[in-house]
Write a protein that binds this ligand. Structure first.
Ligand SMILES: [Zn+2]
Length: 679
């Protein structure tokens, strides 16, 4: 259970009085929260990180964000272990003879933070059962995890595989941060020594070789708490055994366009399969920066920028992802991106923010979080897709789909479409977003790295316990109000990420406008903060028409993109409700183009704000609705069950002009997002 000491309760009570108790019965203004452990900056000889992540539990969701986590807990995440055999009582990570590879740790990597962020006793009990098994079953040698002889593995090599343990280390780190459990750090340290001892005879293979940075995260975390330099030796050995992602992007084959399946298949064949794998690439976004903490080589620090430039150019999608279904799939909006790549890209941007601190990573994180993440779930989060499409006009089983390598059922909404990795791994998305919205900044500061309704409790300035309550309906609205409540007056810098799209952003402190707020940077306010100080932020969400694939247009407002709302006909095809499998067929036409002036979209598009209700990420609950002008494009038809080749813009259409309804991408299940321009 959570450690809450008496002093923190007293402070919470004092803060409650100071805050004027502005909460609703649903969410008390100041729940009794205090981080169980402190903040750990990188210690010498590691490179200095830009920000230090706060421990799990320091940032709590409020408002719509808390309701979204509740939807998740009431959906698959809170119940999966009750009926999905892979996570049942026979799982190897519970000492059983069942699935003994990655699925248990994957599930926990999201279940642990979700349970503690919601302070849900039943979910905490579920998560603790698994964590306790690992804590109580470390071998004399230092090894952790399922019994190799007893457990069930899809392949023999998985019996000696460092990969699933890497995920479990991330679980244990979060668990330690929120509970302060004193067994965790020594257990991880012993395990890393066990790996060091056997590293040469059992080198990284397969997934572990591509995903080695996950273990470096654990090494850095443990080094900062123990000063054990042997761990850095292990990091250097892992680096030698690992796949060189930096080299891949410095030497990316040109031209790399996905003209048709064959070319991608050819490249996939010529390269290692794992190097063009979409989840590996999403995880690899952080790899060079994670390694830079140890290497201190500037090219490692900067490698992410080359990687993003290459991936954006060849595989960039409007939803913030890089395509892959399940290998590199190019920029055609009918190609897919796997759910595992959504949550892994988010985690990569969170780690990149902490390590490098560029505000761009927060922009990218929000773009994925507010678009790609909610879109790929059924609104009640009882079903998910394996692959989502930017232009997604039919979710159905079809042998002839254009995926590079995925199966025919990859875009249906279900329990385990195509393959069960996402069913196990998808849970980390929302809770880790919450954890990483705030980070500790140098000079005793606090940094708002990503936005949403929340409350942070952390030490600032000279170690003064400080709560900051963020009241907002961002990203559905453009204003954010922060109430600052230090335990006593305290001087520290508050850093606010100003998104690159937020031209003319405005910040005021206690009603006084601040000068020189610039888009695409961190705005720093250093002053003596007193209880009740208010920071008001406005990020004007001007409507923008971004040019996309084949000169199509994507409408964007703030961090969210908008899609043509397509009528949905949900057809149950298998399984039992609530965790059934569904096809979704279009009930209204989808082949529309937009008539607008891309340099002035606001001239012909109206914006209507609706209440942010119980389920904002559903077609009926969309909190923002755009009305635009457009025409049908009759020659744009379904091909192999996807929207066929996008007609290059501008397209001539003799069809009558109509009013079109667009809603946030994340609120849709069927949609057209990259729309041709019609004249
Ligand atoms: Zn997956």
């Amino acid at each position: 259970m959570k450690t809450i000491n008496a002093r923190h309760v007293l402070i919470a009570a004092a803060l409650l009085a100071a805050a004027g108790c502005s909460g609703t019965p649903e969410e008390p203004a100041l729940p009794p929260v205090a981080p169980a452990t402190g903040v750990h900056w990188n210690q010498e000889p590691l490179a200095k990180n830009a920000f230090a992540p706060l421990p799990l539990g320091a940032v709590k969701p409020r408002g719509w964000l808390k309701r979204q986590l509740r939807i998740q807990a009431d959906g698959l995440t809170g119940h999966l272990d009750e009926f999905w055999p892979d996570l049942g009582p026979d799982n190897g990570w519970l000492g059983g003879a069942g699935e003994s590879w990655e699925r248990g740790p994957y599930y926990l990597d999201g279940l642990v933070p979700l349970a503690y962020l919601l302070e849900d006793e039943a979910l905490i009990a579920k998560a603790e059962k698994w964590v306790r098994w690992t804590l109580e079953n470390q071998r004399e040698s230092g090894a952790i995890g399922p019994d190799r002889e007893k457990g069930s593995f899809a392949a023999d090599w998985q019996k000696q595989d460092w990969w699933p343990n890497m995920i479990m280390l991330k679980v244990l780190m979060q668990y330690q941060e929120v509970t302060g459990d004193e067994r965790v750090v020594p257990l991880i340290q012993r395990y890393l020594h066990y790996h060091l001892k056997h590293a040469e005879e059992a080198p990284l293979v397969a997934w572990a070789k591509m995903r080695w940075a996950e273990e470096i995260l654990a090494i850095v975390w443990t080094y900062n708490r123990t000063g054990d330099e042997d761990l850095l030796d292990l990091a250097r050995i892992l680096h030698q055994q690992s796949y060189d992602w930096k080299h891949q992007f410095e030497n990316f084959p040109e031209p790399y366009t996905r003209k048709h399946d064959k070319l991608t298949r050819e490249l996939t064949k010529n390269w290692s399969h794992l190097a063009t794998h979409v989840v590996n690439n999403a995880m690899a976004l952080k790899t060079s920066a994670v390694w830079w903490q140890i290497s201190k080589e500037q090219p490692d620090r900067d490698a992410i920028h080359t990687m993003l430039e290459v991936l954006d150019k060849h595989h960039g999608m409007a939803n913030g992802l890089h395509s892959g279904d399940e290998h590199y799939a190019g920029r055609d909006p009918s190609q897919g991106a796997e759910l595992c790549s959504v949550v892994e890209a988010m985690f990569s941007y969170e780690m990149l923010t902490a390590i490098g601190g560029e505000p761009e990573f927060g922009d990218r994180l929000e773009r994925v979080t507010f678009n790609a993440l909610p879109a790929t779930f059924k609104p009640d989060m009882w079903a998910h897709q394996y692959d989502q499409q930017v232009n997604q006009v039919l979710c159905s089983i079809d042998e002839n789909r254009n995926w590079t390598t995925n199966g025919p059922d990859s875009n249906i909404f279900g329990l385990e479409p195509n393959f069960g990795c996402c069913t196990a791994n998808m849970h980390q998305g929302w809770p880790k977003y919450v954890t990483h919205m705030w980070m500790a900044a140098p000079d005793g500061g606090l940094a708002a790295t990503a936005y949403g309704p929340s409350r942070v409790d952390a030490r600032a300035g000279d170690g003064v316990l400080t709560a900051i309550v963020q009241e907002t309906e961002y990203p559905f609205r453009d204003s954010i109000r922060m109430e600052v409540h230090p335990e006593r007056a305290a001087t520290f810098p508050l850093l606010l990420r100003i998104p690159a799209w937020a031209e003319r952003a405005a910040v005021s402190v206690n009603g006084v406008d601040q000068a020189a707020v610039e888009a695409g940077g961190y705005f720093r306010i250093e002053r003596e903060w007193r209880a009740g100080d208010v920071v008001d932020i406005r990020f004007p969400m001007a409507l923008a028409a971004e040019r996309d694939y084949r000169d199509s247009v994507v409408l964007r407002r703030g961090p969210m993109i908008y899609s043509l709302k397509v009528g949905e006909d949900w057809r149950k095809i298998a399984g039992e409700e609530p965790h059934a499998d569904w096809e979704v067929h279009p009930a209204t036409p989808w082949n529309y183009g937009l008539s607008l002036d891309p340099s002035r979209p606001e001239a012909s598009v109206t914006v209507e704000e609706r209440p942010v209700g119980a389920m904002p990420f559903s077609p009926g609950g969309a909190p923002v609705v755009l009305t635009a002008k457009g025409k049908r494009v009759p020659e744009w038809k379904l091909v192999n069950s996807s929207a066929g080749p996008l007609p290059p813009s501008p397209v001539r259409s003799a069809e009558p002009e109509e009013d079109l309804t667009l809603i946030p991408y994340g609120s849709t299940n069927l949609r057209v997002t990259a729309m041709p321009l019609v004249e």
